[in-house]
Design a binder for this molecule. Structure first.
Ligand code: DAH
Length: 337
């Protein structure tokens, strides 16, 4: 038995320094060790055989380790398909065949379903846009300071990574004009990525998602808008909610409002200290925005709203930091798998 240990140690040292480690397995000392089995009395064979097997396994893994060491020393190309050190043993990773939907994807589907059931058409917003749609068609006068509030990323060619989904409003209005003229109404929700060049913290991320709603008819009212938004939030959180609005300024609506819900007890709200959570901006579409799309503001009126998707989801699941969403951290993603 002692012999096995000694020979084993020697061979492992040899393997670790060899350029052709597999050849070491052909060593005559090993053959001798295997041969001993036959010569042993049957009572000892099992124990000896077990030790030999353990030795074989140890040698095999020493050979594998040395082979990959040699391989990585000679292969210079980078294997971008291997996300971890292949020699460091099994990792606690998601298997590719068990991948899961990102929590935002799931929740965006959820939001889309609710608006679809309410009769809205749901579209995806663009991820590259221009000054005309980001500001011009939305009644931001040239050089108006409100433009600075959006911290927009711009390309050298003058394109804009949209800082809000309101960039879709003019397109929605233009596309829907015919419907209005034939006696119908426009009801569209645009959901997608937005980007802002601002300092990052637990509630600010450079990349995030918004949901924009646009409704136009001959008779649209602020009351309909509040009813629509309340119904949406109650459907999303599965309970009745208290809502509150306060005046706010956005160049593309008049009047403009901030829409808040009271934090419900089931999501950590306290009945003593009311907590109002501002969820989105909204208002009656400014006549200039309708005119920019060729719609007569004397004949038609509309309402619009826009708000962050992450904020909705963070409240629903008690997520404390918006940066988790873009982090790619498996620990976070697994909680929603
Ligand atoms: N686009 C605004 C923002 O991101 C939010 C907003 C406010 C959208 C009022 C609207 C609206 O459609 O009517 O700050």
């Amino acid at each position: 038995m002692q012999n096995i240990d000694e020979i084993g140690k020697q061979l492992i040292t040899q393997i670790a320094g060899s350029d052709s480690p597999r050849d070491v397995l052909k060593a005559p000392e090993l053959k001798q060790l295997y041969g001993v089995i036959k010569t042993l009395p049957s009572g000892q064979r099992a124990v000896y055989g077990k030790r030999i097997n353990e030795l074989k396994i140890a040698l095999e893994s020493a050979v594998n380790a040395r082979e990959s060491e040699l391989e990585s020393a000679t292969v210079e190309s980078l294997d971008i398909t291997a996300p971890w050190d292949v020699n460091s043993g099994p990792q606690n990773l998601l298997l590719t065949e068990n991948g899961s939907q990102h929590p935002l994807t799931k929740e965006i589907e959820n939001v889309s379903d609710i608006f679809t059931r309410m009769g809205f058409e749901v579209i995806e917003s663009r991820q590259i846009d221009d000054d005309h749609h980001m500001f011009g068609t939305l009644n931001f006068p040239d050089n108006h300071p409100a433009r600075d509030g959006y911290d927009t990323f711009r390309t050298e060619e003058g394109f804009i990574a949209p800082a809000h989904t309101s960039t879709m409003q003019n397109r929605i209005l233009q596309d829907g004009k015919k419907k209005l003229e034939s006696g119908g109404q426009i009801g569209v929700v645009a959901i997608g990525r937005c980007f802002r060049n601002e300092d990052l913290d637990a509630t600010h991320e450079h990349t995030f998602h918004q949901c924009e709603g646009v409704f136009v008819s001959e008779t649209a009212t602020l009351g309909q808008m509040l009813g629509t938004l309340r119904s949406f939030f109650e459907a999303y959180y599965g309970q009745s909610l208290n809502i509150r609005t306060q005046p706010s300024y956005f160049p593309f609506v008049e009047p403009g409002l901030e829409f808040a819900i009271e934090k419900p007890a089931s999501l950590g709200g306290s009945s003593k200290d009311k907590e109002w959570l501002e969820m989105l901006g909204c208002g009656m579409i400014h006549p200039n925005v309708l005119i920019a799309a060729g719609i007569d503001p004397k004949k038609y009126r509309g309402f619009a709203w826009g708000g962050g998707i992450e904020r909705l989801v963070m409240l629903k699941y008690g997520i404390e930091d918006i940066r988790h969403f873009e982090s790619g951290k498996l620990q976070f993603l697994r909680e929603f798998a």
